[in-house]
Write a protein that binds this ligand. Sequence first.
Ligand SMILES: NC(=O)c1ccc[n+]([C@@H]2O[C@H](COP(=O)([O-])OP(=O)(O)OC[C@H]3O[C@@H](n4cnc5c(N)ncnc54)[C@H](OP(=O)(O)O)[C@@H]3O)[C@@H](O)[C@H]2O)c1
Length: 418
Amino acid sequence: MAIDTQQISEVSVQPGELPERMTAWVIREDRFGEPKDAFEIEHIEVPEPGALEVIVRVMAAGVNYNNVWAALGKPVSVMRYGDHPEYGHHIGGSDASGIVWKVGPGVTRWKVGDEVVVHCNQASYEDPEVHGLDPMAAPSQRIWGYETTWGSFAQFTKVQAQQLLPKPAALTWEEAASYGLVYFTAYRMLLTRCNLQAGQKVLIWGAAGGLGVFATQLCALAGAECVGVVSSAEKGELVKRLGAVDYIDRGEFAGMMKKGGESEDEENARFKVTRAFAKRVKEILGDSPDIVFEHVGKATFPTSVFTVKTFGKVVICAGTTGIDVDFNVAYLWMRQKEIIGSHFANAYECTKANELIDSGQIRPVLWRTLGFDGVAEAHQLMLENKHLGKISILVGAESEGLGKTAEGPGAIYAEVGG
Ligand SMILES: NC(=O)c1ccc[n+]([C@@H]2O[C@H](COP(=O)([O-])OP(=O)(O)OC[C@H]3O[C@@H](n4cnc5c(N)ncnc54)[C@H](OP(=O)(O)O)[C@@H]3O)[C@@H](O)[C@H]2O)c1
């Protein structure tokens, strides 16, 4: 469908008022498949904010792998979760920068006109875990724009007030929309879950991808030495620029990838390549890694468990190549290693991490900014692993470069073919 971007960036109402309908990219169950087929533009009613909720006018939206999964309908259909059964549609998008447009009853911390970024964790105010343990432990916990509809690929989005963070003033709308989900996840994985310390050594899979560019910067900022695994020299150069000691091209060690169902001979051959990989990691870092940063899953998990140092930690938040991992557990118990699961972040972690963006110590890594009509294409690029760093989508912002109100380093622009 041809889209008039001018129409997307214009709204017919004043702040505090909502139009009846808006333009949104929508996934429906009968269209599940590759992103290019699953996403379609529709005109949808604009929701009213409930208690402690806020309607944000989206200026730019960030693209994440979660809506590749939402499009595919795999490994689960998002339509089963959150408010999807109530509305029957999925408006994806778990990152946004924008303007507070209307506030619901009980909201006191934010007012109409505030410029914000949105973190993607939602939980019920009434769950006790929210008030004493961690919102990530609440039974009501869900990821906005993935396990809920009303995400950011629309002119307006509905969020909980606790999801709002001040927009870093030195960033444009598209830069501010690009980093939240992956950066806050990497922050919790390394700082909270692994207690990352100066002098530690870290192995980062997919170091030029969304999670990886922030894991790499966090290691450099913390004084930890990291090596990034990538699939091309261009990506490797980006990872070095972000502070990695060096990179490894995984193409040189293709034989270590676990497919599942290997015969004994095949497994012995695979393990030989894993050993060579672990040796290379040790040579680069001067020792085995204290932490392995995992999200690739099935293909790499056995190598991660083998490669991490005795008493080391493998921290994992995803299984892009498969969630049914199969590894030699003897390397875990004999060498007293730990496997640590991690999922997004709580509002406090998001706030602390956002302060590092505000001060320019951690920077967004933006590969491309596309117009609103690029949502399906952007997710297709992710599915095909043709991107690096992050992709942003202009929604309310008429063009790139708008929304910056202070001087600062801004984003790193990752220029690599693909
Ligand atoms: N639980 C959570 O809270 C959470 C949060 C964020 C993301 N995630 C999940 O984490 C995964 C990664 O997200 P992302 O945003 O970082 O995605 P991304 O931008 O696509 O980056 C992932 C990187 O993984 C590498 N990779 C892909 N296939 C690989 C393979 N077969 N072997 C080794 N490396 C491979 C690629 O790097 P090279 O090709 O350069 O090696 C790619 O750049 C996704 O599944 C996403 O849904 C989970």
